[in-house]
Design a protein around this ligand. Structure first.
Ligand SMILES: [Zn+2]
Length: 376
C-alpha cells in the first residue's frame, strides 16, 4: 500500500471539525480490506472508529484524528488545500502532517504484515482539533466500559521538529482555565462607603495567584506556568464604582500538580479574599487535561531504537507543546507520540516531503516488528 496515495485520498475529504466528509469511511474501508474488525462510535455529530485485528495480547494501538483545522487564508495557498498536490516532491494540503499523513503511513506499515504475535488496533477520531468532547475521551470511556485492553499506544501527531524522528513526545503538560468573578456593590465614586468596589479585590487575588512560584520543573518538564489572560470590568463611566469584575487565567502544569490540586488552591485564595472583603468571589474551573509522563523503559526504548536504526537520528523524548489526545489515552496504557515534521501544521501551505511519508512508513513498520519482539 502506498502511503502517499492514501494521504492524498484522505486530504481530499475536507474534514474540518466537526465535518467528516467521508474521511472516516475511507479509513474504515481501507482497514476492513486489511482484515480489521471495525466498530464505528458516533458521539454527538462526531465520527469515531475503533478497529482491531487479532484477539491475542499484546494489543498495540495507533491513535490519530481525521479532522483538520480550517484552511484559513485561502489566497495564500499554492494549490487547493483539499486537493492534495505534489510538486517537486512536496505534498501540499490541509492535514498533510496534522495528521492524515501519519494515519496513512501507519496503515501502509500495517499492510506489510499478514499477522503479528498479538493484536494491532486503531483509535481514530474526528474531534481532536475542536472541542475534543465527543472524540477520543468518549472512545476511551467506551473501551474501559467494554473491558477492551490496549497494552501500548502510539499517537501519530507530527512531533518531529526539524527532521523526521528528531523528537517524540513522552508526556504533555496539563492545562486548566479558571474564570474568577468578583461581585461587589455598585455605587458613586464620591460615596465609597456606600459601595464595595470589586476591582481591588480581583487585583489582589490575581496578584497573589501570579506571584506564586508553582514549582522548579519536573523531570523532563519545564516549570509550571500561570498566565493572566484577561481582566474585564467594562466600566465606561468615570464616576461609577462597578458592580463586578472578572478575570481569567490559564495554567500549563507539569506532574507536580493536578487539575484538582490547582483548583483547590485557587478556590482557597478566592475564599480568603471573599472573607477579608465581604465581596462575593466565584471561580469557574475547566480542566482541559492532566499532565502525564510515560517513564523511560522498554516501550520508549523500542521507539528510540527504531528511529536510530531506520532514520539515523537520535529522538529527543520531549514534553513540550500543547495538549493532545494522548492526555485521554494515558488512562488506558503507556502512550508515546511520534510522527511527521510539524513545522507547517495549521499553517497556510501545510506540506510534507513525499520522502518523509515513505521513511515514516518504514520506521512504523520496523517499530511494529520490534514491538512484538520485545513484548509478545
Ligand atoms: Zn493533530
Amino acid at each position: 500500500m502506498d502511503p502517499v496515495e492514501l494521504t492524498q485520498a484522505l486530504i481530499n475529504h475536507a474534514s474540518v471539525t466537526p465535518v467528516d466528509a467521508g474521511a472516516m469511511d475511507r479509513v474504515q474501508r481501507t482497514l476492513e480490506a486489511l482484515g480489521f474488525a471495525c466498530e464505528r462510535l458516533k458521539f454527538g455529530e462526531i465520527e469515531n472508529l475503533y478497529a482491531r485485528r487479532g484477539t491475542a495480547s499484546p494489543n498495540l494501538c495507533f491513535a490519530g484524528h481525521t479532522d483538520v483545522v480550517p484552511e484559513g487564508a485561502t489566497e495564500g495557498w499554492r494549490s487547493d488545500p483539499f486537493a492534495a498536490t505534489i510538486v517537486d516532491g512536496i505534498l501540499t494540503g490541509r492535514g498533510a502532517v496534522d495528521m492524515k499523513g501519519g494515519i496513512a503511513a501507519w496503515i501502509a506499515a500495517v499492510s506489510r504484515f499478514d499477522d503479528v504475535p498479538g493484536s494491532l488496533s486503531f483509535l481514530i477520531t474526528g474531534d481532536e482539533e475542536g472541542e475534543a468532547i465527543d472524540g477520543t475521551k468518549k472512545v476511551v470511556e467506551h473501551l474501559q466500559q467494554t473491558g477492551e485492553v490496549i497494552d501500548h499506544c502510539i499517537v501519530g501527531e507530527p512531533t518531529s521538529s526539524a527532521v523526521l524522528g528528531d523528537m517524540i513526545k513522552v508526556g504533555r503538560r496539563g492545562s486548566i482555565n479558571v474564570t474568577i468573578t468578583v461581585t461587589g456593590k455598585q455605587g458613586h465614586v464620591a460615596y465609597p462607603q456606600r459601595a464595595l468596589n470589586p476591582v481591588p479585590v480581583l487585583v489582589a487575588i490575581m496578584a497573589e495567584l501570579d506571584a506564586r512560584v508553582l514549582d522548579e520543573g519536573y523531570e523532563r518538564f519545564l516549570p509550571s506556568n500561570l498566565e493572566i489572560t484577561t481582566f474585564d470590568v467594562a466600566n465606561t463611566t468615570t464616576n461609577l464604582i462597578p458592580q463586578s469584575a472578572s478575570g481569567r487565567i490559564n495554567i500549563r502544569f507539569n506532574p507536580s500538580h493536578s487539575g484538582a490540586s490547582l483548583q483547590a488552591w485557587i478556590e482557597g485564595v478566592c475564599a480568603r479574599h471573599a472573607e477579608r472583603t465581604g465581596a462575593k468571589v466565584e471561580a469557574r474551573t475547566a480542566i482541559s487535561g492532566e499532565a502525564f509522563l510515560t517513564e523511560a523503559g522498554p516501550f520508549v526504548d523500542v521507539i528510540q531504537d527504531t528511529i536510530r536504526d531506520v532514520l539515523k537520528v537520535e529522538a529527543d523524548p520531549s514534553t513540550t507543546g500543547g495538549t493532545s489526545d494522548a492526555r485521554f489515552i494515558r488512562a488506558l496504557c503507556p502512550v508515546v507520540e511520534f510522527g511527521l515534521v510539524g513545522q507547517t501544521m495549521h499553517q497556510v501551505n501545510e506540506s510534507t516531503p513525499v520522502q518523509d511519508l515513505h521513511d515514516l512508513t518504514d520506521a512504523y513498520a520496523k517499530l511494529i516488528e520490534r514491538y512484538f519482539k520485545v513484548f509478545a
